[in-house]
Design a protein around this ligand. Structure first.
Ligand code: PFF
Length: 444
């Protein structure tokens, strides 16, 4: 049977950008940049995305398109049974990521309602902070929202590629960018915004440590959806007519743009309201309501913003689920609908301890981390770098000519770029990824 293809190049780019642009850009990037010194972090991040991110994204897409399979099937087809664990790692990472991702996505969904009902009409950080803390500590309400969010993901992914995932992304992504732009204009015209912009855009290298590089590398992988076979699976639905380099450059560029725009919204507000830019995961949920409370029509605007944040999360969540779904459908012949429902149920069960770790189960710590942090850390700092390491070693050393053909044939790309890509895959990425993996796991 022929594999279903994306309906158009635009459809693929929107789906890949939809996967890449998510909570990682709007919720995670500003606070990670804040914790790591702002401008210097941004500069390191740009270089890492351009060098590692871009090369690995093309490679993953090529693996999928050449084999027309899910991650496990793709590694088996090209590398034999010995390489199948690399694919399984990706499928497993999807479950781990989705289990904490839907918790935060659920918060965004809840905040749509809170904003619209004017429940956050304060510009006082202490009040907004307390409101957020008490909401996430509730044992049931956040889980209810995480469940609603998961149900939306199931609805779209059950529809398949063209009629489900592509159709949703074609509409939702342009809307998301429109809103990001409007909010940037509002944020940068706030009094005191210049200081926030300076923090984001002016590098201060005195703050750079080894940890800054690790944080930038981990953020790049998470943001570009690399290392778990997500782009591989999306690439398996890409027509052979589409050029991989320019298509990849477009969605990587869109992802970068979204992160910078999100930083330009959140950081000026942080400075103009006197918050701490390194205040961690609560940054978006505490600072953004403050802007909305300070502007006319803020309740409606704020409701729309959190809705679009939920949408960004939705388009990413679809892509996190798809590798596992493709695996069960391709390899075990299960029906798509049944598989989607089963995988979603497993993710939801795993989300329960994550959500409770902000309240009832906050005392339950593993190695000094709450369950939520443990899931985030395991996926982002261990599974994704390890997956990307195996992918770069496999392609760099075992399937290099095949990948070169798949990516560069008939594109007219200059040999120097092809040489750079090869160098990254063979040496630079394995070195950087081994380092982040070993450093994260405490082995060095
Ligand atoms: N890139 C998404 C984000 O930035 O929110 C998260 C993500 C999606 C991670 C898909 C991994 C993945 F495979």
């Amino acid at each position: 049977m022929n594999r279903e293809n994306w309906g158009s190049r635009f459809g693929f780019i929107m789906a890949a950008a939809g996967s890449a642009i998510g909570l990682g850009n709007v919720w995670r990037f500003p606070y990670v940049a804040g914790e790591n010194g702002g401008g210097a972090f941004l500069l390191i991040y740009l270089v890492i995305v351009a060098v590692f991110g871009f090369s690995l994204a093309m490679t993953e897409i090529a693996l999928g398109r050449a084999t027309q399979r899910n991650p496990v099937g793709a590694f088996r087809a090209l590398g034999g049974r010995r390489w199948m664990p690399a694919g399984f790692l990706g499928v497993a990472a999807g479950f781990v990521i989705l289990s904490f991702y839907i918790v935060v996505a659920g918060w965004t969904l809840a905040y749509v309602g809170f904003m619209a009902r004017g429940m956050l009409g304060s510009t006082d950080p202490a009040v907004l902070g307390a409101r957020f803390e008490s909401f996430i500590a509730d044992p049931l309400v956040p889980l209810y929202y995480a469940g609603c969010f998961m149900a939306l993901v199931v609805l779209v992914v059950s529809g398949g590629i063209g009629r489900g995932i592509e159709r949703a992304n074609r509409w939702l992504m342009p809307a998301l960018f429109g809103l990001l732009l409007v909010l940037v204009v509002r944020a940068v015209t706030l009094p005191g915004a210049a200081e926030g912009l300076r923090f984001l855009l002016m590098p201060d290298f005195s703050r750079v440590t080894g940890a800054t590089f690790g944080a930038a590398l981990a953020q790049a992988f998470f943001s570009l959806s690399l290392g778990m076979g997500c782009l591989l699976t999306y690439g398996s639905y890409l027509s052979r007519r589409e050029p991989i380099p320019s298509t990849t450059a477009t969605f990587v560029g869109l992802d970068l743009l979204a992160s910078v725009l999100a930083g330009m919204i959140v950081l000026p507000v942080v400075f103009s309201f006197g918050f701490d830019p390194g205040s961690g995961p609560g940054l978006t949920f505490v600072t953004l309501p403050a802007i909305f409370a300070s502007m006319p029509g803020g309740a409606v605007f704020g409701g729309m913003f959190f809705l679009l944040l939920a949408i960004a999360a939705l388009t990413s969540a679809m892509s996190i689920l798809e590798p596992a779904v493709a695996y069960f459908v391709d390899e075990h012949g299960l029906s798509r609908r049944l598989t989607v429902a089963g995988c979603a149920l497993v993710c939801f069960m795993l989300a329960i301890p994550s959500s409770l770790s902000f309240g009832l189960a906050c005392g339950l710590q593993v190695g000094g981390r709450s369950f939520f942090d443990l899931m985030d850390f395991t996926a982002t700092n261990l599974m994704l770098p390890l997956g990307a390491l195996l992918t770069s070693l496999f392609v760099g050393w075992r399937w290099c000519d095949g990948a070169r053909q798949e990516i560069f044939a008939a594109t007219g790309v200059a040999p120097i770029w092809i040489g750079t890509w090869k160098l990254v895959l063979r040496f630079i990425a394995p070195a950087g990824l081994s380092w982040i993996f070993l450093a994260s796991s405490g082995l060095i």
